[in-house]
Design a protein. Structure first.
Length: 267
């Protein structure tokens, strides 16, 4: 059973995908470790941060992040813990090297590698079995569809096996409308807020998922949180945070949003 509880007002994640060289990934992680130890939003508990470098960089990244409070995530994991599965990454080994989270069901995994709801559910089951918090990616392909309904259906499918087992523990849901991934700008504010709030309400009613969070991905970067005005409490960043300075800007936004939310109490 997972026991880690996310208590920070905001949750920020960064995935390297396959953009960074190994040397650059290590240099980036080193810079982010320093950021985690000196930025007021991170030191003060206003934001929790997780990072998902390539699988090759996970072990050295774990050493660099030790003692910083930054959580390490893998970008994917197998549905099996051990065996003759050439090229797969065991969730048991990911936990062993220092991961506490794993990204599952990303649209690119579905489109490029044929992953479907049943496979994502098996991987989610494996993540829970090994003490890893799943980061479940959901989102619609067509912007004209019922985005909230489709996202919730994907989420329920991913959780179907662990729900049947009665397994408890939080998940992170990354709402990433497929049509916004890789675009020049995020999806419209009102669209994102509506879908994120619908997913959040759905999770809040789930008796097995206390402490779960919903964050937004899909061409997110500096300025995205501020545009949401505190209505969305987290981001899953990609290429727009592959420079540490951009991640610092996002943390600055968190600090400003929290300050703005509490200022009226002292006026």
């Amino acid at each position: 059973m997972l026991t880690h509880a996310v208590v920070a007002p905001y949750l920020i994640g960064v995935s390297h995908k396959m953009y960074l060289s190994h040397a650059r990934a290590i240099a980036w992680t080193s810079a982010v470790a320093e950021l985690a130890l000196d930025h007021p939003a991170l030191v003060g508990g206003l934001a929790e941060l997780f990072v998902a470098p390539s699988h090759v960089a996970l072990a050295p990244a774990a050493e660099l992040l030790r003692g910083t409070g930054v959580r390490l995530a893998a970008q994917d994991a197998s549905w099996m813990d051990t065996g003759a599965f050439t090229g797969e990454n065991s969730p048991a080994v990911l936990a062993e090297v220092g991961c506490s989270m794993v990204e599952l069901g990303h649209a690119e995994r579905r489109r490029l590698f044929g992953e479907h709801d049943t496979m994502v559910a098996k991987k989610t089951q494996a993540a829970f079995r090994n003490g890893l918090t799943p980061i479940l990616c959901v989102g619609e392909v067509d912007p004209r569809g019922d985005a909230a309904r489709l996202a919730i259906a994907q989420l329920d499918a991913a959780l179907s096996l662990v729900d049947d087992e009665g397994t408890t523990g939080p998940v992170v849901v990354a709402y990433e409308p497929v049509w916004a991934i890789g675009a020049d700008r995020p999806a419209p504010t009102d669209h994102v807020v509506e879908v994120v709030q619908a997913i959040d309400t759905h999770l809040a009613q789930h008796p097995l998922r206390p402490g779960s969070r919903v964050i937004y991905g899909g061409s997110a970067g500096p300025g995205t949180l501020a545009r949401f005005g505190g209505e969305v409490r987290g981001l899953f960043l990609g290429r727009f945070a592959h420079e540490p300075a951009a991640l610092r800007d996002v943390c600055d936004e968190v600090a400003a949003l929290v300050e703005a939310s509490i200022r009226p109490a002292f006026d």
